[in-house]
Write a protein of this length. Structure first.
Length: 324
């Protein structure tokens, strides 16, 4: 039961029982518990699932139709316009206030999904080139339309000015990808990521853990930076409160099981109309408005930078060794 950060078992103990959002996913993940490393303030799934099972899950299952968190398939129209959602506009505002995006030429998105943020950046800064690693079958067609060069990590031998990873790092079984991030960043490059924030309060009352495997805190990010030779340029808290996030989790879980218990298509339509998350309704109704109105109005509902927020976001820069 070695910690993925310090690789020491002396500080680790079982902390929680692992909770699945969708019980059927257990066939891909196995019987899990959650371990905690006191030295790194880091929780992690134990034992880690087999890589071949996870590869199949994320390629074929994770974004399949009527499954959380996406509820879409590769032909779903919402997937192509979701880059204008509040969350992505907030990411754009956050980055543009901290980084001179005119100087960013090559962007790499690890676990890109549909590549919303990169695509939004490309819309604003046409000189940007987009690269990614995303194995999901349902996302690949949209990434191709958006002119991403999509390849496995091992095939990239290129320097990037900005690396992005949004809600992907929590799905990994280890942290070795940080070696790639360090190696493939330019000397002045930056690494922007966001993950669920998982202090003790996260585990109090959360409906489920799956499919996440790594559970981050501020201290654990500091420990990762020490190990992989990064320094923190910016670290913030974002998104909704833990209580709100747990409520959204419960709604999502109920929605999945209710959908799968419905018999007729008419009942399904009525159900979706009643409980589809507000942010999706807002996206469909206000898509033209999102293109024009000032995003400062929307940012306050999503990012408060308080410790009660349920996400951590960070910008890291790599330490450069200087000759002695």
């Amino acid at each position: 039961m070695k910690c993925p950060i310090c690789e020491n078992s002396n500080y680790s103990r079982i902390s929680h029982e692992y909770k699945f959002e969708i019980l059927e996913d257990q066939k891909y993940f196995g019987n899990l518990q959650i371990a905690y490393c006191e030295k790194c303030d880091f929780n992690f799934a134990f034992p880690m699932p087999k890589e071949e099972n996870l590869n199949y899950f994320y390629e074929k299952v994770y974004r399949s139709k009527n499954r959380p968190p996406y509820w879409v398939s590769d032909f779903d129209e919402d997937a192509e316009v979701r880059y204008l959602d509040d969350k992505n506009l907030n990411y754009l505002l956050y980055l543009s206030t901290l980084i001179d995006l005119n100087k960013i030429k090559n962007i790499y998105d690890f676990g890109a999904g549909y590549g919303d943020l990169g695509y939004l950046l490309k819309k604003q800064f046409d000189h940007i080139n987009l690269y990614c690693t995303e194995g999901d079958f349902y996302a690949s067609k949209i990434l191709a339309k958006r002119k991403y060069i999509n390849s496995e990590v091992k095939f990239f031998d290129k320097k990037f000015d900005l690396i992005i990873s949004l809600h992907s790092l929590e799905h990994l079984t280890n942290l070795e990808i940080f070696k790639f991030f360090h190696k493939n960043l330019t000397d002045e490059g930056l690494f922007f990521f966001e993950v669920p924030y998982c202090p003790k309060k996260y585990f109090e009352g959360r409906p489920y853990d799956g499919p996440h495997l790594l559970f981050y805190t501020e201290k654990s990010i500091e420990k990762i930076c020490e190990k992989y030779n990064f320094e923190i340029f910016k670290l913030d808290y974002s998104s909704y409160s833990f209580d709100m996030d747990h409520e959204y989790q419960r709604q999502s879980q109920s929605r999945y099981y209710d959908i799968n218990s419905l018999i007729s298509f008419s009942k399904l339509k009525l159900f979706l109309k009643k409980i589809v998350p507000y942010k999706i309704i807002k996206l469909k109704n206000d898509i033209q408005k999102l293109k024009n109105i000032n995003s400062d109005v929307r940012i306050n509902s999503f990012v408060n930078n308080k410790k009660d927020n349920c996400y951590l976001r960070a910008i890291l820069k790599k330490k450069i060794s200087t000759p002695t």
